[in-house]
Design a protein around this ligand. Structure first.
Ligand SMILES: Nc1nc(=O)c2c([nH]1)NC[C@@H]1CN(c3ccc(C(=O)N[C@@H](CCC(=O)O)C(=O)O)cc3)CN21
Ligand SMILES: O=c1ccn([C@H]2C[C@H](O)[C@@H](COP(=O)(O)O)O2)c(=O)[nH]1
Length: 314
């Protein structure tokens, strides 16, 4: 029998434990690290690769993706959706700038209730959403990379130029964190002749859509389970928008690391056996890629092992 695809994730963790290069990182926590890794997940038959060896809060991960797609960069809109995974960075900045050792709860309440405070302290700078939807070039012109991608998929799906990118070199110093997942490249296969170049495409399903994501830096315990779930959700959404069926999600990691305060996490998860991946159905077909809501994601058959608490390195 074929091994469960989730073993790709568990094997990476085992490899880091056995062979990881021990080093000090930006956060001061320290990691076991390797360079260069790839995982592939087949999304056909509505498969949604949410890891099962721990409970992954996939709704939080998908909400983050929906937030990227709207082009927003302020944590206020995330907090309104009860997503708290980005609070640590603006909170750290606020504490260091003002000396006020406010609690996370109090900081989040203030971001939610005070728009002026949110504008000053809640913005992460020109991170993912900004670059995806409003990349500003040297002449000041804005580029909507997502709209261009969808247009090309509809009119010229055999193109080798279907990608969007977040590593805007000129703006890195204004970002709360440099982009980790950077390149999103799409590939359409099983295209009928009529859709392979001249723009005259017919109705109905026109091919199989795959996505390869290049991630320069990967926190294997906290970041990766979120990233895989949200990238799979993105592929399901884009495929729906362009009338294709989801094919493969290919994930490529650069510096892939296990933080040294996640060793117990690693041993806990490695002792568990994967269960079948859940299925995803999109309940509705919104007008455009930025109009999906979390309620549109109907996930069935998710029966994971228990969640595992792990601290995030800031
Ligand atoms: N060190 C580090 N790892 C990351 O994965 C990461 C960053 N920094 N900085 C930017 C974003 C923020 N991300 C995060 C941050 C926290 C969780 C986290 O704490 N996850 C928990 C709880 C989830 C919840 O509360 O909903 C988990 O069990 O998955 C996940 C991703 C991903 N990115
Ligand atoms: O989507 C994400 C965002 C962040 N990460 C991790 C990878 C690293 O552990 C940190 C970023 O630190 P750098 O020093 O900028 O590399 O966040 C992730 O895994 N996934």
């Amino acid at each position: 029998m074929r091994r469960h695809p989730e073993y790709q994730y568990l094997d990476l963790i085992q490899h880091l434990l056995d062979n990881g290069d021990r080093r000090i990182d930006r956060t001061g926590v320290g990691t076991l690290s390797m360079f260069g890794a790839m995982m592939r997940f087949d999304l056909s038959d509505a498969t949604f690769p949410v890891y099962t060896t721990k409970r992954v809060f996939w709704k939080t991960a998908v909400k983050e993706m929906l937030w990227f797609l709207t082009g927003q960069t302020n944590i206020q809109s995330l907090l309104k959706e009860n997503v708290r995974i980005w609070t640590d960075w603006p909170l750290d900045k606020y504490r260091k700038s003002t000396g006020d050792m406010i609690s996370q709860d109090a900081f989040e309440s203030k971001i939610l209730s005070d728009d002026g405070f949110a504008a000053t302290w809640g913005d992460l700078g020109p991170v993912y959403g900004k670059q995806w939807r409003k990349w500003v070039d040297s002449t000041g012109k804005e580029h909507d990379q997502i709209a261009t991608l969808i247009h090309t998929l509809k009119t010229n799906p055999a193109s080798r130029r279907m990608l969007f990118h977040a590593w805007n070199v000129g703006e890195l110093d204004q970002m709360a964190l440099n982009p980790c997942h950077m390149t999103y490249q799409f590939y359409a296969s099983e295209l009928s002749d009529s859709s392979s170049g001249d723009g005259s495409v017919g109705e109905g399903t026109r091919g199989k859509l795959s996505l390869m994501v290049g991630q320069r830096s990967c926190d294997i315990a906290l970041g990766n389970p979120f990233n895989i779930a949200q990238e799979a959700a993105l592929l399901h959404m884009v495929a729906q928008q362009v009338d294709m069926t989801p094919g493969q999600l290919i994930w490529v990691g650069g510096d892939v690391h296990l933080y040294l305060n996640h060793l117990e996490y690693a041993h806990t998860i490695l002792a568990r056996e994967p269960r079948p991946f859940p299925k995803l159905r999109l309940a509705r077909r919104p007008e455009s890629i930025d109009q999906y809501k979390i309620e549109d994601f109907e996930v069935t058959g998710y029966d994971p092992h228990a969640s595992i608490d792990a601290p995030v390195a800031v």
